[in-house]
Structures are given as structure tokens and as C-alpha cells.
Design a protein around this ligand. Structure first.
Ligand SMILES: *Cc1c(COP(=O)(O)O)cnc(C)c1O
Length: 391
């Protein structure tokens, strides 16, 4: 294969639910020399990454580090370490990602109580309470903070209180929330939270930040069975990310550099400013989409600022719109998952993608394309609506 072509992917603006645009500083960090995974220089980066992640997760949890693998690896690590054969788990399912967590917990041997809400609605604390009452000794409650299939922003604190009242640990999927909206692990008493690098942190995909409370660590230490996953067994991995530095598997060195630089950028900006930027650009894009007649699917009052999920206009080929956005404007948005396939667009302004110029570009392009396909729109209304938010 001497004539395999040179790599030549296009330079896109990423306005889907992830990956998001990457800051040039993060790209530059990735050309730093690869050292050994036990090198003192790498150990220093590991310590910094742990500190920075604690700041972003707003936790004092000692065991806070990136799992090797994407966000799904974080999910699997969280569940595999907490669940033993026969444990009861209460899992909120109101979209794809709660459904995946329930599937994962079942594979690990849990007896799963699914607490369902229609897609586009939050998980109701009252329904979690009802499910918990049906359990004997629930081991964990898991909910998704930002449900990426619907754009729902799930409230956490009431469900955390209920979980702990019943002696269960709370696991929180923060894959699409971390770095975009507040994630307050200690204040909310979250026992395990996992995330990813390629959404709110704006580094390439490849690592899954995770944090474990002391209660979660105690429960893991008290396990009667070995963790069903060898690769994600925290009792071994913590000896590498802790002071012992015992080899378990080779840390993805370059990805760790990328995460480090991504986190430095997040904390240089400061969490309040970063959350405000996401709020403002999210409000602007939502106003613009509303002016185009595109309705959000998430219930009012619980819509994520960093991810607008809107119904596609009737009678047009939604995939053709996305294709035009991509090929003519270099703008990526996403379609729907599962039952929402063909029904919605998912438009993300995560991390570096949350910029006014991208909001304007997307609204302008989308307006042109749907107008050319016969959707009746008031030309200029979307950008005017967004401008009003910024004014
Ligand atoms: C993206 C996502 C995941 C999976 O993350 P990957 O990095 O794709 O493995 C899990 N949960 C939620 C809520 C997500 O949005």
C-alpha cells in the first residue's frame, strides 16, 4: 500500500453533540515528546491533570483521574466497579444514554430497575422514590445530567438525597455537561461521575475523566467478587494514578497532554465565565432556531444551553440539510438517535464551539438551506433574534 493517499480531512466547524472544535493550544500540546508512562515528567503531568479535574468537577475527591477510553469507558468503569452480581440498581432512562447505562449494568450482573420518562422529559424524583421503595438494598442510582439524545438538563440534588436516604450511591453521567454547565460533585453528594474529553473540554476523544467519593472507594474495597472488567478495575488502576505508580496499562500519553492543555484553557477562562459563555451562545442559537420555526423537544425550564435539540420541519429531507451544511458550509450538526432518527436536529455549542461567530454562521446557513428547500422563513429573522439576545 505504498500509494495510500495522504490524510486530508476537511477543516470543519463542529456544531454537533461532540466532538467539539479544538483550540490550537490543545493541538500543539499533542506534538510534545512522548515520554515513558513512568517518566517523572509524565508523572508531573498526571498530578496536574488530577488537580485540574478536581477543580472542574468541583470536588476534593482524591481518586479523580482520566480513564483510558472515551466517555463510554467512563460509564463502564463506574458501573463495573460498583456493581456486583445481583446488586440492585435504579437507573433513569429518558433517552439513549440512560438506556445504555441500564444495559451496561445488566451485563455486569445488576438487577436493574428502569425509571422511565418520555424522551424530552426529565426523570422525576418522585418516580425514583417509588422505584427505590421497591428495592431491598439498592447499590446505586444512576442518572444522566445532560441527555444528549434529547437536550434535557436533569436536576440532580433531589435524586441524590433520595438515593442516599435509601443507602444507595449516586452515579452521574456528566459526559455532555462537564465544562459547559456547573457540575458540583461534592455539593450534590455524587459518588461517581464520569465524562469525556471531546465535548465540553474540547480536546480530541480518547479519555474519560472520572471521580470517586470516599464512600464509593469503600464500597469497591469491600467487594466480595473481583471487578468483572480487568481493564477498568479501579483497585489496580488507582495504584498507577496514585503515588505507587505501578504499571497497569500504558497511559495514552499524547491524549493526556491534550486533556491537560484543554483543562488549562477551561480554568484560565474560569468556570463562571465559561458557564456564562455557554448560556449566552445557547440562548442566542435557541432564539435563532425559534425564529426559523424550529421547536425544541426538551421540556421548558430543563433545556441544556450547550445542546439544542429541535424538531425538523415537516416535508423536507433532514439528512439532505445536514449534508448541505457539511459540504457547502463545513458546518457539522447531528441528526436524531433511536426513535428521534429523522425527527430532530441536534445542534451543539460545546466548549470551543460555543462562539458567537459559529452561532451566526449556523443560523445563516440553516436559514438559506431550508428556505431553498421550500420551508417558509422570514429571511434575516434568525440572526436578528440571536442579535437581540446578545444586545
Ligand atoms: C457522548 C455520550 C456518551 C458516550 O461518550 P463516548 O465518548 O461517545 O464514548 C455517554 N453519555 C452521554 C450523555 C453522552 O452524550
Amino acid at each position: 500500500m505504498a500509494n495510500a493517499p495522504e490524510l486530508n480531512p476537511a477543516q470543519r466547524t463542529l456544531l454537533g453533540p461532540g466532538p467539539s472544535n479544538i483550540h490550537p493550544r490543545v493541538m500543539r500540546a499533542m506534538i510534545a515528546p512522548v515520554v515513558g508512562h513512568l517518566d517523572p515528567d509524565f508523572a508531573a503531568v498526571m498530578e496536574e491533570v488530577k488537580q485540574l479535574l478536581r477543580a472542574l468537577f468541583q470536588t476534593a475527591n482524591d481518586l479523580t483521574f482520566p480513564v483510558s477510553g472515551t466517555g463510554s469507558a467512563g460509564m463502564e468503569a463506574a458501573i463495573a466497579n460498583l456493581i456486583e452480581e445481583g446488586d440492585e440498581a435504579v437507573i433513569g432512562v429518558n433517552g439513549v444514554f440512560g438506556g445504555r447505562a441500564a444495559d451496561c449494568a445488566e451485563r455486569m450482573g445488576a438487577r436493574v430497575h428502569r425509571v422511565e420518562s418520555p424522551w424530552g422529559r426529565i426523570i422525576e424524583p418522585a418516580d425514583i422514590a417509588t422505584a427505590l421503595k421497591k428495592t431491598k438494598r439498592p447499590k446505586m442510582v444512576l442518572i444522566v445530567h445532560a441527555e444528549t439524545s434529547t437536550g434535557i438538563w436533569q436536576p440532580v440534588e433531589e435524586i441524590s438525597r433520595l438515593a442516599h436516604e435509601h443507602g444507595a450511591m449516586l452515579v452521574l453521567d456528566t459526559v455532555t455537561s462537564l465544562g459547559c454547565i456547573p457540575v458540583e460533585i461534592d455539593k450534590w453528594r455524587v459518588d461517581v461521575a464520569y465524562s469525556c474529553t471531546q465535548k465540553g473540554i474540547s480536546a480530541p476523544p480518547g479519555l474519560a475523566p472520572i471521580t470517586f467519593s470516599q464512600a464509593a472507594r469503600d464500597a469497591i474495597r469491600a467487594r466480595k467478587q473481583k471487578c468483572h472488567s480487568w481493564y477498568f478495575d479501579i483497585s489496580m488502576i488507582e495504584q498507577y494514578w496514585g503515588r505507587e505508580r505501578v504499571y497497569h496499562h500504558t497511559a495514552p500519553i499524547t491524549m493526556t497532554y491534550a486533556l491537560y492543555e484543554g483543562l488549562r484553557l477551561v480554568l484560565e477562562e474560569g468556570l463562571p465565565a465559561r458557564f456564562e459563555r455557554h448560556r449566552l451562545n445557547g440562548a442566542a442559537i435557541s432564539a435563532g432556531l425559534a425564529a426559523l420555526g424550529l421547536e425544541p423537544v426538551a421540556q421548558e425550564g430543563h433545556r441544556l444551553p450547550q445542546l439544542a435539540v429541535v424538531k425538523t420541519p415537516a416535508g423536507i429531507d433532514e439528512a439532505a440539510v445536514r449534508r448541505e451544511l457539511l459540504l457547502k458550509y463545513n458546518l457539522e450538526i447531528a441528526g436524531g438517535l433511536g426513535p428521534f432518527r429523522g425527527q430532530v436536529w441536534r445542534i451543539g455549542t460545546l466548549g470551543e464551539s460555543s462562539r458567537r461567530q459559529h452561532v451566526a454562521a449556523l443560523l445563516g446557513a440553516l436559514e438559506s438551506i431550508i428556505a431553498s428547500m421550500g420551508v417558509e422563513v422570514r429571511r434575516g429573522a434568525a440572526l436578528a433574534a440571536a442579535d437581540k439576545v446578545y444586545a
